[in-house]
Design a protein around this ligand. Structure first.
Ligand SMILES: CC(C)(COP(=O)(O)OP(=O)(O)OC[C@H]1O[C@@H](n2cnc3c(N)ncnc32)[C@H](O[C@H]2O[C@H](COP(=O)(O)OP(=O)(O)OP(=O)(O)O)[C@@H](O)[C@H]2O)[C@@H]1O)[C@@H](O)C(=O)NCCC(=O)NCCS
Ligand SMILES: Nc1ncnc2[nH]cnc12
Length: 306
């Protein structure tokens, strides 16, 4: 989607972040932590982009269902977001309100649009990965683990009521809000307000099951992506394919999982055939792609930061 981008995105929160770091005793160790978390977030976005085959989605191989974005659009976008993930982790460490996090998100959206000449590559990721970075920062400040359970609990206890309020909208303006209203489905706001159930209850267990079965991280990401496509209400799919498109995505993803996912010897040719089908129908499970990156982030937080 093309959005009216500002040619130069103002750094509206640099004053806030420098005040936080100078006045509230942000130490070198916290700064290093914020940079490590931001690097992990960008790495997970890259891993999602590089994954292939992903039905209808952009990868390093092709542009799937998309005419206005390619891998290089995504690379520009994720490069532009690297400072955002540092800032929002820092904001989480200092116990920032949702209003502050939202301002950081709005600023990051501007940077993304400036970097992509107005193409919405990562709006969903800015929202969900950003909130997860903030939760990681807050867990660190409280001396808690960075386990999936702690991260989820922090999201809900720190920002749960504000996230619930963020689902209420009087005049829908975005594709997501319009699709939520027309099809009475959740979308990104609802998913976040409920503490990301598609990530924590569906995709993360799928990813870990495949790894525990001895298959590769690549296979685990494919199984996690298909479990998201089978389960969630992706407003990007509704926007492009309506109810029929959403049912088609869900039923093909369920069939893929029913035949064993990546445990099936022919899984790759099935996934490539679905990529061709979705691309031909211009269906794009972009919300599932965002949640896949977020799932990998939560998985690595636990693996790499304990
Ligand atoms: C809360 C925000 C995320 C805004 O959400 P909103 O509900 O208003 O909807 P969207 O602007 O449509 O963005 C939501 C994006 O989230 C992804 N997503 C979809 N479903 C889910 C889900 N169930 N769970 C989690 N995430 C989901 C999805 O992102 C992907 O789609 C992008 C492409 O989308 P779009 O441009 O609409 O579609 P195209 O096909 O490209 O369009 P055309 O070419 O046809 O024109 C793709 O890149 C992925 O990222 C949704 O897009 C958040 O923006 C927010 O809170 N921001 C802070 C600022 C703010 O609060 N603003 C609102 C104040 S009321
Ligand atoms: N790889 C991808 N292709 C299309 N839309 C996306 N949104 C997030 N990742 C995406």
């Amino acid at each position: 989607m093309h959005v009216n981008a500002e040619s130069r995105a103002p750094d509206t929160l640099s004053g806030y972040t420098s005040a936080v770091s100078s006045n509230r005793g942000i130490c070198r160790q916290d700064r290093t932590f914020c940079h490590d978390i931001a690097r992990l977030a960008v790495h997970c976005l890259y891993t999602e982009l590089a994954l292939y085959p992903k039905p209808g989605l952009v990868s390093l191989i092709d542009n799937g269902s998309h005419e206005d974005m390619s891998a290089s659009t995504f690379l520009r976008s994720l490069f532009a977001l690297r400072h955002y993930f540092v800032r929002i982790t820092l904001a989480g460490i200092s116990g920032a309100s949702f209003e502050t996090l939202k301002q950081l998100g709005i600023d990051a959206e501007r940077r993304m649009l400036a970097a992509t000449a107005g193409v919405n590559t990562h709006r969903g990721a800015i929202f969900c990965l950003g909130m997860l970075c903030a939760a990681a920062g807050h867990c660190k400040a409280e001396g808690n683990d960075l386990s999936a359970a702690d991260i989820r609990q922090t999201l809900l206890s720190q920002w749960g009521s504000a996230l619930a309020a963020h689902t209420h909208c009087t005049a829908p303006t975005s594709h997501g809000q319009r699709m939520s209203a027309v099809h009475t489905v959740g979308g990104a706001r609802e998913e976040m307000a409920q503490g990301l159930p598609s990530l924590f209850d569906v995709a993360l267990p799928a990813l870990r099951r495949t790894l525990a079965d001895g298959r590769s991280p690549h296979a685990a990401r494919i199984d996690a992506l298909f479990s998201l496509m089978a389960h969630m209400s992706d407003t990007n799919v509704y926007h492009r394919g309506g109810l029929t498109g959403a049912e088609l995505v869900r039923s093909h993803a369920r069939a893929f999982l029913k035949q064993g996912g990546t445990a099936h010897p022919e899984w790759r040719s099935t996934a490539v055939a679905l990529h061709e089908l979705f691309s031909q129908k211009k269906l794009s499970p972009g919300g599932a792609a965002d949640l896949l990156a977020a799932t990998c982030f939560v998985h690595h937080l636990y693996q790499d930061f304990i």
